[in-house]
Design a protein around this ligand. Structure first.
Ligand code: BTN
Length: 270
């Protein structure tokens, strides 16, 4: 399968979402859909912008990593969304993005999908989807770029080229949705969840997040830059912060990456 059908995506979107999105930009190849979304904001585009690409030559992952993005092997999309929100809402937005992708997977029949704080989607220890939110300002508003990558149909070589265990849609959904269908479902769900979040906040989503938390009640290590905290995962609080039961009591953590053991953290940081 090659380039996305722009009209197909548009037609598959919920009619309210069609109206809510100002422009859809489809590329066969781009450096990064997040980078393109940032350029659109800088160029003064107004209203919600959806950017989607068949492949990315410089796909961005969290913490400066690269996101492997060969043609048609994954879903690579970014939604640029203008907000009047404070920057500290970013944590909750990041978690509801993962919940949106999770919920679409579940609706399509995927089983055993779990969340890894802050915003990975896993099946067992294998990563299905990663999310990168970036904040931008123009003259009068804050924009959030919601960057979503979903492994769709990776070859074995592509899987092996990634520095962690991965899984794709082909492995978990024998009845594969088209990428257009998957993209439209994710965008529909995300836009609806953003509206709820703006109205009510993360508290609306907090129980659902904890239900699917991969590490609930497990001993974990959280690495944030040079800092490492060890404890038992207690899920997230009503703001989306991770609760970690440590020897010194419960700590609220608002940034970092989870590892299942000190050894795994050491291996990754090396
Ligand atoms: C992660 O490291 O888990 C986050 C990966 C985010 C990848 C997506 S693909 C679409 C969008 N464009 C990018 O350059 N990155 C995000």
């Amino acid at each position: 399968m090659s380039l996305y059908g722009k009209k197909d995506i548009e037609n598959l979107l919920d009619s309210d979402v069609q109206k809510a999105i100002s422009e859809i930009h489809v590329f066969s190849e781009i450096d990064s859909t997040n980078a393109e979304a940032a350029r659109l904001i800088r160029d003064g585009r107004k209203g919600i912008q959806l950017v989607i690409a068949d492949s990315q030559s410089a796909g961005k992952g969290r913490r400066g990593r690269n996101w492997v993005s060969p043609p048609a092997s994954g879903l690579y999309l970014s939604l640029a969304y203008p907000f009047g929100l404070e920057a500290d809402s970013l944590q909750g937005l990041s978690l509801i993005t993962a919940l949106s992708v999770h919920s679409c997977g579940k609706d399509l029949g995927a089983e055993n999908l779990q969340l890894k704080w802050p915003n990975d989607i896993l099946v067992g220890n294998r990563k299905l989807s990663g999310i990168l939110l970036e904040l931008h300002n123009d003259d009068d508003q804050i924009w959030v770029v919601f960057g979503i990558g979903v492994n769709y149909n990776l070859s074995n070589e592509e899987k092996e080229s990634i520095d962690r265990p991965v899984i794709d849609i082909r492995e978990i959904l024998p009845d594969m949705p088209s990428r257009e269908d998957l993209a439209a479902r994710i965008v529909d769900k995300l836009i609806s969840n953003i509206a709820i979040f703006t109205e009510v906040g993360f508290s609306f989503f907090h129980a659902a997040w904890n239900r699917y938390d991969r590490y609930q009640d497990s001993d974990i290590v959280v690495q944030n830059a040079g800092n490492r905290t060890i404890g038992r995962c207690q899920g997230v609080d009503e703001s989306g912060a991770l609760l970690l039961l440590t020897a010194a009591g419960v700590k609220k953590i608002s940034g970092g990456e989870i590892f299942p053991s000190v050894r795994a953290a050491d291996e990754f940081v090396r």
